[in-house]
Design a protein around this ligand. Structure first.
Ligand SMILES: [Mg+2]
Length: 231
């Protein structure tokens, strides 16, 4: 069995470190199992969240939605992507015209193989991040931006990730690309498996390919922990 885990919202609260007790449990749990982690974040943020021990002891870690692959601390492969001027211009318009008025800077973040975009800006406080998330759940700003970008730029894919941002990358270079190199039965844990979420491509492809799999759609890390106690 191959176990694939999303990180934000699945193993850790979004952008925050893993619960210390869950960390101790998870370090034991991964021993003698085939475990893969897949996240939109970069290596530095992931290590900050889950610690170097877990990061180095799973089979592979797919950073940037699988656009950068690490195995036991070694870089295996990475792909590149940057926004063209037309897409950037449209996103800038969304930023200028957003009904969420408080802006905190760091709206475009270049990562390996993708660009992360946020109208509130990644420099916001944790409190503002949570306020934006609730506002966005009601107003669906991020969903609308994703739909607009994909409609007007067919070679680009955009997906909601975390609480405040969207990930933008070349079509197909989403989390589902990790399935290219993991053979056999899969158990996948994620908190954003609904359409538009960044775990959706994995869930959709597993169903489409008809390969043996189980999807664990979790609400938070506590739910993940509860499920793992029974495996
Ligand atoms: Mg998540």
């Amino acid at each position: 069995m191959n176990y694939i885990f999303d990180i934000d919202g699945t193993l850790t609260p979004s952008r925050l470190p893993i619960d210390p007790e869950f960390s101790v449990f998870f370090k034991q749990w991964i021993k003698h199992k085939d475990v893969y982690l897949v996240t939109g974040s970069d290596k530095e943020k992931t290590i900050e969240q889950i610690g170097i021990n877990i990061w180095e002891n799973v089979n592979k870690v797919y950073q940037s939605c699988g656009n950068q692959i690490w195995q036991k601390g070694q870089l295996i492969r990475e792909s590149s992507f940057s926004l063209n001027d037309n897409v950037k211009h449209e996103l800038q318009n969304f930023l200028n015209n957003s009904k969420w008025l408080e802006k905190f800077g760091n709206h475009f973040e270049q990562r390996v193989g993708l660009v992360n975009f946020s109208t509130i800006g990644r420099n916001c406080t944790q409190k503002k991040r949570e306020e934006y998330y609730i506002w966005d759940t009601q107003n669906k700003e991020r969903e609308k931006i994703c739909q607009y970008i994909m409609k007007h730029f067919p070679d680009i894919e955009a997906a909601i990730g975390g609480q405040i941002s969207i990930d933008i990358y070349e079509k197909g270079k989403n989390k589902a690309q990790v399935l290219d190199e993991i053979a056999g039965e899969i158990s996948f844990f994620g908190d954003k498996m609904d359409e538009g979420g960044n775990d959706y491509p994995i869930a959709k492809r597993l169903q489409f390919e008809n390969r043996p799999h189980t999807l664990f759609k979790v609400k938070n890390p506590i739910e993940t922990w509860d499920i793992l106690k029974k495996i």
